[in-house]
Design a protein around this ligand. Sequence first.
Ligand code: PHE
Length: 344
Amino acid sequence: MTDTLESLLVEAQAGLEAAKSSEVLRAWELQYLGKKGRVIEAVRSVGAMPKEERAAYGKRANEIKVALETAYAEREEAIKAAELAQNLEAGEIDVTLPGRPVNRGGLHPSTHTLRDFYRIWATLGFQVYHSREVEDDDTNFTLLNFPPHHPAREMQDTIFTTRPNVILRTHTSPGQIRGMRELGENGTKPIRIILPGMCYRYEQITARSEVQFNQVEGLCIGRNIHMTDLKGTIAEFAKAMFGPQAKVRFRASYFPFTEPSMEVDVECFLCGGQGCRVCKYAGWLEIAGSGMVHPVVLQNGGYDPKEWSGFAFGMGPERITMLKHGINDIRYFWANDLRFLEQF
Ligand code: PHE
């Protein structure tokens, strides 16, 4: 009976030697060493042997199994190495090809506009000052000279928290108070800052209004600051932002924290003032609220209004981005739709 085992070994060894690819090798394994492979069957058949042959046969069958397993593992390694070498030679990987570009993402359109703001205001001597988004009612309203029952304090505008007096700021103007108190050294130092950041309002979301939006506040405090400084500074900004031909105009308005107060328009840069859909045929686009800092606000910031004066303005970067790119719906800004964001 051991003769059959010996011829099985010779046959299997020849088959292994002839195997030159992983596929053939796998077929060989199945044929000899698989669950129903011939070597395994041979080992299993010991039970059916006549008693006196069993020990010798079983021993030899096991030896052959172990020898073939070892030979198989060696062969497998050799074939793998040969195949790898062959693939490399065949140039499946061309290391000289330029790499595929990695998508690095991009900046949000509001970030582009904010960076334009920082750059332009820096050339005019304004530093960036970050105030807080979570504010207290006093700083957001009372210290900014809002009369006690001013409609802007009511529920439909302000997002309150469950803590009394803690709200989300509805505009960046409370940063005026914090900036003056922190940088003014008890009303003894001039200030030139812009205050960018997110503001929140409890409002119906529409194409024109969102519950969150950026503002960029500007504040300039000094001993001889006049309205001409405000007008000249804003006019310079408009030229840098919209082009050297940009014209601005100021319209009387009202804010509790500035007196006098003005709204700033820039001549429509899309139609050159001729009138178009974006400017609603007015020829002008509103870009900011502004005014001379109210004496009460100066005082609340630690300055003596008899000696110090200042101007302030507030701009909406999303609004300006919309005007610049003809975006007709503010909801695109926070919808996280890549089809929108990837255009910038
Ligand atoms: N805070 C005002 C607003 O939200 C804008 C503004 C800022 C007006 C500074 C005047 C001065 O509408």
